[in-house]
Design a protein around this ligand. Structure first.
Ligand code: AMP
Ligand code: ZN
Length: 116
């Protein structure tokens, strides 16, 4: 998707602080962090959201890569023991603003439940 912000980050057309990447997923620091650790992990391929991902042939491969990435990133950030939160927003009511699937990895502070 040529006009997608996160596709542009994947193609290195706009800069990002990439912390983890392989041939399936890329993770980079959120530009407007909501916690001491706030990293986004995304599929390299354009998929709009988690709902759309379910009908992709490589859904399993992408989810496995995201799960593995979350493990490696949270270990590296030292938030594996203290705890962390993973969030994906789908659609406007959930607050999705970038329509390329991404999982927020948040840690380094206490979080409340339910979320606002
Ligand atoms: P969401 O509201 O769930 O769609 O999350 C989109 C996230 O992307 C927000 O937390 C933004 O701060 C973040 N974001 C937007 N533009 C950039 C960018 N250029 N680099 C890194 N993160 C970004
Ligand atoms: Zn995209």
């Amino acid at each position: 998707m040529s006009d997608c912000l996160f596709c542009k980050i994947i193609k290195k057309e706009i800069p990002a602080e990439v912390v983890y990447s392989n041939n399936v997923v890329t993770a980079f620091k959120d530009i407007n962090p909501q916690a001491p650790t706030h990293i986004l992990i995304i599929p390299n391929k354009h998929v709009a959201d988690i709902h759309e991902l379910s009908s992709e042939n490589d859904c399993g491969e992408i989810m496995a890569a995201i799960t593995k990435g979350i493990k490696e990133i949270t270990d590296c950030e030292g938030i594996d023991e203290s705890g962390f939160r993973v969030v994906t927003n789908k659609g406007t009511e959930a607050g999705q603003t970038v329509f390329h699937l991404h999982f927020h990895i948040l840690g380094g502070r206490e979080f409340r439940w339910p979320p606002g």
